[in-house]
Write a protein that binds this ligand. Sequence first.
Ligand SMILES: [Zn+2]
Length: 444
Amino acid sequence: MVDSALTANVRRELSKLQADLDALQTDNLRGQLERLNDQLSNMPTPASQFATHAVGGSMGDMQSTRPKEMSAEVVDSNPYSRLMALQRMGIVKDYQRIRDKTIAVVGVGGVGSVAAEMLTRCGIGRLLLYDYDKVELANMNRLFFRPEQAGMTKTEAAAQTLAGINPDVAIESYTMNITTLQGFDAFKASVTNADGASRVDLILSCVDNYEARMTINQVCLELEQTWMESGVSEDAVSGHIQVVIPGETACFACVPPLVVASGIDERTLKREGVCAASLPTTMGIIAGLLVQNTLKFLLDFGQVTRYLGYSSLTDFFPTMDIKPNPGCSNPLCPKLQAAYQQQYNSEEALAARSAAATAAAGAEAEAATHEDNDWGIEVVSDAGPAASPGAGSAGQQGGLAAGLQYSFPVASMDPYDLKKDAVEDSTADVDDLMSQLQALNTQS
Ligand SMILES: [Zn+2]
């Protein structure tokens, strides 16, 4: 509504300007120019008008229109019917909890803008957007931004689009560079409550440089705030997401990238006229993986993967846990690691884990019993017979996680093969063997 009213307003002003330009005469040029100038300065700009509606602090009018409940009613006019169906399908216990959640998206580029749109469509309660860049036509190979938004700040353009998609979401936009000294303080203040604790449930890092990731890392260590890191490679064909829980998992300083560990300044890596490649597909996939993990984290369903990689050339998705580094270069990190260990090994934590395991086992046993089974359906393991190591199968190989494979062939463990290749006992003494070896060497 606001958008179309604005467009009409701008169009009216433009046609007035055009009429005046047409009537422009050489006499009294100064007077006419002044009038034109006045008209120009009074013209509403779509971005600034919208920002007053959508940007932090002035959300009052929007929030009052937020629906009290997310309806589960299955009608075409309900934007949440298919999300609320997750409850009926038994995936999520209480989907509406998403309305109480606040997410900060740092970096509204190829990954961040798409992640923000997904969260908006999912009905997230509050979204904080951070970026200092402007929309450029060079961004149009990616999703989300539109050519007519070129020149607007990414935060302003994103707030405009997102508010149009779902006015129930409270959007705060922060046009700032978080890596400057001032930016760091402002960023930290914006995610901190008056009592000094974090006011967000999760921070999503969608930035494209090491410095900004280290800034987010520092703020999150100080606030003991969980965050998720994401990245797409410069050649646009691979990416990853990673969960960082201060003290529990590796922080971003625990395992620095090789280029940083080698002491190279990343700013010297950029060359004039050479830019990183980017694909809307890879960006969209990484954004999807990031928000999927976010939803699982926020609404307690499924398994929140600590590290998930994506290599598009081989369609390889490695997962792993990255343990914190006791010798982390950030002094806050080992302190939080010690606190976490102490908590993890406490009596209460042990009892809680044991109770959870018992409950899970009980739930599994209950789920497995069915009163009626008219079709005689049986549940069988899909693990199949254990593949013999070295068989060269594409699946599970001797103790390796699915998807991983050895670079070199693995020796057969078949007892007959082993016997065949075995060195037989010999009665020859060392001198004999030495002369045999020398004879072999001179032959070749
Ligand atoms: Zn660390």
